[in-house]
Design a protein around this ligand. Structure first.
Ligand SMILES: Nc1ncnc2c1ncn2[C@@H]1O[C@H](COP(=O)(O)OP(=O)(O)OP(=O)(O)O)[C@@H](O)[C@H]1O
Length: 794
């Protein structure tokens, strides 16, 4: 179906001409606003800033103008896509951004799709017209109007489809050939989707929906909506978590296309800055690492590093040895832990207690020595009064007796001894051995690399077999690096360890002092060049060194997303999780830490769960964090998969979730799915036959993960591998990579192999079968699995 098919009788040339005039006006206004914003941005960038307050204002203005310009630039394609004629006689044009009129008190020329008054464009129906007389979809190409599609809502409802807004525009959108990149759907959002997008930002909102119901699209539009409406969310940014890097690339242009830059797209594996989780591991190990008991194991592992009971330790200071008994270490560790601080931040308390104790023992040793010497001397000299003798000697030499010192020699000695102990390498080594400064990486590497440490931390928590799954003994040839399932564990550890930022703060203060000293040097040079003419002012007359240093400091113009990406402790204004059913309990713990306000949108489909640690029910994941305080919404219409394809998945879906309601497809394609018996070596021939019929459309071959490379090897024209180019005409994917993606034509290879490959193999097959927007073929080396054979017969 081409766009021309949607020109309705209302699309008379004169009507279109009028809309073209309006569109030309809107683009002129857009160009003018862009020019003004660019000028303002240049002015702000060039302004010196001055006082700290002026500098903050300059940085805020810079961020503001940059964001505004991004929005205006992004609005180029599809600037205006709709018009609402209200029964009141008012008329609104709806578009990707709001465009104010030139006159301050005039109505806006274009209303942002997120504005409250634009809502009727998406939700008004004949049954509930919301004051709308006519809804017009304006289809454009570049800056040209291509066609108009009108619905008159106070007429008779269109039987059966009255709930779908802008039928023709919607069908044109869902039938369009796919490009390998997801596009926004602002022009054709449907009422059930719009309601979710606009729903309250507070609390956890779960969006459950079958394949192709627009969960991803809705989640991304909700991010854009919340950023538009909430300054709090805009200032902290939105985190969007997706299942893999291929998927993130697929959705990557939707939010920039909507003009939003305060969004960080990430997989869970990328959420620990500095760690690249590129190691693979057996599914059983990954599943175990996802279990909440690992949080207890890690907590025990941290505690094991805090002066383990029974430790007696000799601290060597120069020639002296101080023995610290087990009781002391236990008491010191208890006192440090009682502060409630994380390990590295409690460490200074522990160290201070050790230093005090060492100094006390040294003082006691010195005192003991002095007492012993005095006693021995007294024994040698009998009753001689040494003090009186000394006073007599001094008087004979002509010295006056000195007054009594008011310094307590004992305290002075103790302070000296403290200083000695605090800087002594032996004391430092003892503290490092019994309460080491730890990074998350070091803690976990030592835990998993040492069976004895693991056995101690996992005592009573994990079986010996489970411990063996986690163990990765160190040594030559041993695996190094981190897996995706390690990342939530690293985060858990980092949380318990904390970061002792004393050193970093001291370095920052030093750097600040150095900047001020440098600025003072600059001012001194300026003062040195002062002429005899006292009327001529130099820099030093106008500004002091501190202000000059502050002025010279380079402004941080990174976006919220850029700052959040490198900061593990960043907390986001809102978190969106796509394919949320895949996350393990440990991954949920990590995400909850990133969002203490619990303003979250979780979208997914429990029937599509394929990860071994993934979800069976939403409550299971959320209960530990929010109890039953979460809202569930559902999406019910499948915009991707034609009815003919969904029909064959019915029996399979029933085996995955007996209660699942299959989503109803928004359209038929007229092409029934087919299946053929074919060895892996025959796949290439089938692909070429399909390509001959395809025209410009895109095809994906989806296989069990284990055979993707073999199938790809026979198709040199296909893009494949860990990082496939989704815009290529043919792509070969293992089923694990196909989650969330879609293609015009899909060939599913070896469905029985997919089912058998993992305990969640049925879900994997369901994902593979529901990726096509037009045509589906199934190639099976052996017999067709019964659950699919029944689907084809239905
Ligand atoms: N209102 C709409 N107008 C036009 N296209 C739509 C609309 N809603 C969804 N779509 C399209 O339907 C397709 C499926 O959407 P999306 O990928 O968001 O679904 P999903 O529920 O996340 O699917 P899955 O769970 O199978 O990955 C996309 O191409 C999307 O653009």
């Amino acid at each position: 179906m081409s766009l021309a098919d949607h020109v309705t009788p209302h699309d008379a040339p004169s009507d279109r001409d009028r809309e073209q005039d309006r569109l030309t006006l809107l683009y002129a206004r857009l160009d003018a606003l862009r020019a003004t914003t660019r000028e303002r941005l240049a002015e702000v960038a060039a302004s010196p800033g001055g006082s700290p307050q002026a500098r903050t204002e300059r940085d805020t203005a810079f961020t503001e103008y940059t964001a505004r310009l991004a929005r205006l630039e992004a609005a180029e394609n599809g600037l205006c896509f709709g018009r609402l004629d209200l029964r009141s006689g008012d008329r609104h044009y709806i578009g990707r951004v709001g465009l104010p009129a030139e006159e301050a008190d005039a109505d806006p020329l274009l209303m942002d799709w997120r504005a409250p008054a634009a809502r009727a464009f998406y939700v008004a129906t004949s049954a509930a017209p919301e004051g709308v007389h006519r809804r017009r979809h304006i289809v454009t190409k570049g800056r040209r109007v291509v066609s108009l599609d009108d619905e008159v809502l106070d007429g008779a409802p269109d039987a059966g489809r009255e709930h779908l807004a802008g039928n023709a525009a919607l069908l044109a959108a869902v039938n369009t050939g796919r490009t390998g990149r997801m596009h926004d759907i602002v022009a054709t959002l449907q009422a059930e989707q719009d309601t979710i997008i606009r729903s309250d930002q507070n609390g956890v909102l779960v969006v459950q929906g079958g394949p192709g119901t627009g969960k991803t699209a809705v989640a991304l539009h909700r991010a854009a909506y919340l950023l538009y409406h909430s300054a709090r969310i805009a200032s902290r940014g939105v985190l969007v978590v997706g299942p893999n890097a291929t998927f993130l690339r697929y959705i990557g242009q939707v939010l920039p296309g909507l003009g939003e830059t305060s969004v960080l797209l990430s997989t869970v594996g990328e959420l620990f800055p500095g760690v690249v989780a590129d190691r693979s591991e057996p599914p059983a190990a990954a599943a175990l690492k996802g279990q909440p008991v690992l949080a207890d194991v890690i907590a025990a592992a941290v505690r094991d590093r805090q002066a383990p009971p029974g430790a007696a330790f000799d601290v060597r200071i120069g020639d002296d040895v101080v023995t610290l008994e087990p009781g002391f270490w236990t008491a010191a560790a208890d006192r440090a832990r009682a502060t409630g601080r994380p390990h590295n931040k409690a460490r200074p308390i522990f160290v201070r207690l050790v230093v005090d104790e060492v100094a006390r023992q040294l003082a006691a040793q010195a005192q003991g020595l002095a007492d012993r010497l005095e006693a021995e001397t007294a024994q040698l000299l009998g009753d001689v009064d040494l003090d009186a003798a000394a006073r007599g000697d001094l008087a004979r030499l002509g010295f006056e007796e000195s007054p009594e010192s008011d310094v307590d020699p004992y305290t002075e000695t103790a302070l000296d001894l403290r200083a000695i102990a605090a800087t002594d390498p032996g004391v430092a080594a003892a503290c490092e051995a019994l309460w080491p400064q730890l990074t998350a990486q070091r803690l976990l590497a030592q835990l998993f690399g040492d069976p004895a440490r693991l056995a101690s931390a996992a005592d009573g928590l994990l079986t010996a077999d489970e411990q063996a799954l986690l163990c990765r003994p160190a040594g030559i040839g041993a695996p190094t690096g981190w897996t995706v399932a390690d990342v939530p564990l690293l985060d858990e550890a980092a949380q318990l360890l904390g970061e002792d930022d004393h050193a970093a703060k001291a370095r920052a203060a030093q750097a600040r002092d150095a900047e001020i000293a440098y600025a003072q040097g600059v001012l001194d040079v300026a003062a040195g060049s002062r002429t005899e003419d006292k009327e001529i002012l130099t820099a030093g007359d106008l500004i002091d060194a501190r202000r000059l240093a502050e002025r010279s400091r380079v402004a941080d113009h990174r976006t919220v997303a850029e700052r959040a990406a490198v900061d593990r402790t960043w907390t986001f204004g809102h978190v969106i999780v796509d394919e949320a059913q895949e996350l393990s309990p440990m991954a949920w713990r990590l995400l909850m830490r990133r969002c203490p306000t619990r303003s979250m949108t979780l979208v997914g489909d429990v029937a599509q769960t394929s990860s071994p640690g993934g979800l069976n029910a939403w409550g299971e994941a959320l209960e530990p964090f929010v109890g039953d305080r979460w809202r569930l919404t559902r999406l019910s219409v499948n915009y991707r998969t034609p009815a003919e394809i969904m029909a064959i998945t019915g029996p399979l879906l029933a085996t995955l979730d007996a209660d699942a309601e299959p989503p109803s497809s928004v359209r038929d394609s007229g092409v029934p799915p087919w299946h053929a018996s074919a060895a892996l070596t025959d796949v290439a021939a089938h692909v070429r036959a399909e390509l001959a019929e395809l025209g410009e459309r895109r095809l994906a071959v989806i296989t069990p993960d284990a055979v993707a490379a073999e199938v790809a090897a026979a198709l040199p024209e296909a893009s494949a591998g860990p990082d496939p180019d989704l815009t290529a005409r043919v792509v070969v994917l293992g089923v694990g990579q196909a989650k969330g993606l879609e293609f015009d034509v899909v060939l599913v290879v070896d469905p029985a192999g997919m089912i058998d490959a993992s305990p969640r193999g049925g879900s994997d097959l369901y994902v593979a079968l529901t990726r096509a927007t037009q045509r589906l073929g199934v190639l099976h080396p052996g017999p067709l699995p019964d659950v699919l054979a029944r689907g084809f017969r239905s």
